[in-house]
Design a protein around this ligand. Structure first.
Ligand SMILES: [Zn+2]
Length: 64
């Protein structure tokens, strides 16, 4: 199971309320405005500002 399109439409960045975009690997939700990624754990998006990962850091880590 993955994040549905309907759910994605509802989800917004907790910081700026911008729409979120699913990452290619479907393991995070990107806010392009804040340059942050909100991780998805067990199909549950963690929409907490303190859990957000820097966009750059996120992509560097996922390569390893
Ligand atoms: Zn944002």
């Amino acid at each position: 199971m993955s994040i549905s399109k309907e759910l994605l439409d509802i989800l917004a960045c907790p910081k700026c309320k911008n729409n979120l975009k699913l990452t290619e690997k479907e393991n995070g939700l990107v806010c392009e405005k804040c340059k942050k990624v909100y991780p998805i754990q067990d199909d549950i998006p963690i929409l907490l500002i303190e859990e957000a990962i820097d966009l750059e850091k996120f992509y560097n880590n996922s390569d390893k």
